[in-house]
Design a protein. Sequence first.
Length: 446
Amino acid sequence: MKKQRFLIVLVLASALALNGCNAIKPSTTLQEKEIGLGWSANSVNTVIFRQNAVTTFNTTQFTAYYDQDAHVVLAKRSLPDGDWELNKTEYTGKTTDAHNAISLAVDGEGYLHVSWDHHDNSLRYAKSVAPLSLELGEKQEMTGIEEEKVSYPQFYNLPDGDVLFMYRSGQSGRGTLILNRYDTAHKTWRQLHNNLIDGEELRNAYWQAYVDVQGAVHLSWVWRETWDVSTNHDIAYARSLDGGETWERTTGQVYDGPITESTAEYAYRIPQNSSLINQTSMTTDKTGNPFIANYWNEEGKTQYQIVYLEDGIWKKENTAFRNSGFELGGGGTKKIPISRPELFIYENQGKKILGLIFRDDLRGSKISLAYKDLKTDTQWQVKDLSDENIGDWEPNFDKELYKHTKALHLFKQKVTQIDGEGLSKAPATPVSILEINLQNILTNPK
């Protein structure tokens, strides 16, 4: 199955190239196709920690969202330009809490895995009844271990077709990171770690992860001491070269037991009360060096920052294109002037371009792209990718598709978030996928 999937990915990449970079005509920078209408009274459909909001298996792309009635809607299409097929499932979520996002993945045999409606409650998980099907089976357990207090469910695809599943067990300020692995051949889940990162009942880790093309699993996180976001601090790191079984530092030294505040490797030290945000994004370059995106305050300005590994040394890149600052504090889903950033690397013809996708009130809350060739000393360039105000949207893109084809497909919906789990009266708004021709943008900087 692994070889078959790889061959089909190559066929897809060729098809995308024949149709122009990113499956659109070379003269076209953006292309958008609407899917349906989604709940928009808060940001539950667009929070950045959805992993994944959109994903591709071979030539079939999948996405999911809550509709106005809080039903989980699944959708798929054939790439590069097929029509969307929708299924409004029987499952619903508590959409009044923006934490309760839908995450999905497709395993190596084409089965869709979906997890939804979580914020410190029992596991909601189901799998499709057949490969490439939008029909889900009954809600089920994974392992039955530590599945009563689940938050932030996230799926990650491994190159051999298996799937990892990460979630927090516990509460903000007092939680542990659980890691499960799905065996595609036997169609079974097993728990690899019931306490991969231990908050020691004093804190918890807010993480992001990435599986590179070689199959290494990269994990980074900030610590939080309490429910208050202002207590976020530091960026830590670990990696696994064996599919999540064992974890090590960048030096190759293996972590012995659960990772704690005192044993973690730190990519960058950031004190509390720095407006450091949690749950952002990370990626790697083609050689497996990790890059971690975040934002925090420096010299009175809130700036997007990139922490990355080069020649075995952790470095930091300040994008420095923002001219204002704000203070983060309190609990619940925050209404924040800027979104958390998504991160990608575009390596082509000797260039190594780092890209950030974000939303900023100061730019009219449009979808924006900031980018820089790390091999030069030039400043970051910023371009808006939408004309309209996108509300309190945060970015999610199809990482499996980008990993293999460099086609960048963004989940798009205008949403409104009221601070601290408030609800707006906004009606349902269109959900769509925005296809971005990176070659047009990155090779035509003017």
